[in-house]
Design a protein. Structure first.
Lengths: 249, 176
């Protein structure tokens, strides 16, 4: 009689019978078509509920909220991220401070070295090694003496005159030192190959003060120019403008 | 156990159950935002009460019980209140029709979902715990705080009720 077994079919399919009962029921189902059909129906229902029951997925927001409630790990990650970020910010801040301090030191140092070169040249009994007011004489004279070439301005319509030039050195690097005359003042123009230590200098083409001299410097065509003298800042600037405009001459 | 260690243990046990708990909560409440509140409250309550959880006992049954109790005392839960004596109202059913065999022939997932959703909550939950969560009768008994005998009878009645619903939903197939 199938009824005695029917009451146990659910437990059988749920795997909740003892091993003995399981095998006994299994044997019965194989010989009883009614119970076999019943088992088939119940199995299908079980499977249908299983499949239909997995329906809803939580939102990402809820997942985050629950992680916040529970999360030691989330907190740890958060702390770690903040710590990493703070470290990066600190490194940048320190690097920036060091760099800017170095820059501030470099600025007056180079200007003062330029001033020294200017004064030393004027104090010399031979301020220039090539004596000529002709730029077409002075410029070729530097050939083979310095590792670069440069252009000199046409001065015919200006109140500046070229006195001459010499080879000079700034921090073990050769450069051109030119002397110009303006009224009774002598002005130096120093030209070097541009390099990293010059980058700290102001890029705006305005004269600045150095030991009562006016200095203007700029970079052009891979060269760093310095104009220095005891005349007014305006004079220095005019000479600098002439040099800047001499690029194509 | 230190508070931090306790929280870490709780996290290890509770987080893997998150998706299932949400699914179960949504089936109980039949509403996304209520399900979200329910899950959130469950985790908060469970974490607070975790010190009272006895290691070695069934954590899943423990947290499901918290979720279910929280649901029953919520607004949505009170609305769907469980008739406590319903287990004694066993109705003989299971006629010759076996609508479940029809499920073989076509995909009836949607029909089953509707039928499940329409079941009284105490039938719906026990079916989900048994079939979807694949809990043993013992785990179900712990979760619902009822004896195993009641688990068996309620499960049997829930299945019969579901079959009845499906039969109503598939009238054209009834005599087929």
């Amino acid at each position: 009689m199938a009824d005695a077994w029917t009451s146990k079919l659910d437990a059988f399919l749920d795997g909740e019978l003892s091993p003995d009962e399981m095998s006994a029921l299994d044997a019965h189902v194989r010989t009883c078509p009614a119970c076999a059909a019943d088992v088939l129906g119940r199995t299908q229902l079980k499977r249908a509920v299983q499949q239909s029951g997995r329906l809803y997925s939580p939102s990402t927001e809820l997942r985050q909220r629950v992680h916040q409630i529970v999360g030691t790990r989330q907190r740890a990650v958060w702390h770690w991220q903040v710590a990493a970020l703070a470290t990066v910010v600190l490194i940048f801040a320190v690097a920036f401070l060091i760099q800017s301090r170095r820059d501030h030191r470099a600025l007056p140092q180079i200007d003062s070295e330029i001033a020294d070169l200017h004064v030393a040249a004027l104090a010399s009994s031979n301020p220039v090694d090539v004596v000529s007011s002709d730029r077409h004489t002075v410029k070729p004279w530097f050939e083979g003496k310095i590792p670069f070439t440069f252009n000199l301005p046409e001065l015919r319509d200006s109140d500046f005159t070229l006195v001459g030039g010499r080879v000079t050195y700034l921090r073990q690097t050769p450069g051109a030192h030119l002397i110009f005359q303006l009224r009774k003042h002598r002005l130096s123009v120093l030209i070097f190959q541009d390099r990293a230590e010059f980058r700290a200098l102001p890029s705006d083409a305005r004269p600045r003060q150095q030991a009562a001299f006016n200095v203007e410097s700029w970079t052009q065509g891979g060269l760093r120019y310095f104009v220095i003298g005891d005349t007014t800042a305006d004079d220095i600037h005019r000479l600098a403008d002439l040099l800047r405009g001499s690029e194509s001459s | 156990m230190s508070k931090e260690r306790l929280t870490a243990t709780f996290e290890e046990l509770a987080i893997p159950l998150f998706d299932q708990l949400y699914n179960f909560a949504h089936w109980l409440t039949q509403d996304r935002s209520e399900a979200e509140d329910l899950v959130q409250e469950t985790y908060a309550k469970a974490l607070r009460g975790f010190a009272s959880f006895r290691p070695g006992t069934n954590f899943r049954a423990w947290i499901y019980r918290i979720l279910r109790n929280t649901f029953l005392t919520s607004r949505a839960g009170l609305k769907a209140s469980v008739p406590l004596d319903s287990d004694d109202l066993a109705e003989p059913s299971a006629g010759p029709d076996t609508p479940e065999t029809l499920l073989m022939e076509r995909s009836q997932r949607l029909v089953v979902q509707h039928a499940l959703a329409e079941l009284p909550v105490h039938f719906r939950e026990i079916l989900l715990l048994c079939e979807v969560e694949e809990m043993s009768y013992l785990e179900i008994a712990e979760t619902l705080a009822i004896p195993i005998g009641t688990v068996m009878s309620r499960l049997s009645r829930a299945r019969r009720a579901l079959r009845d619903r499906l039969r109503q939903k598939l009238p054209g197939e009834r005599n087929g």
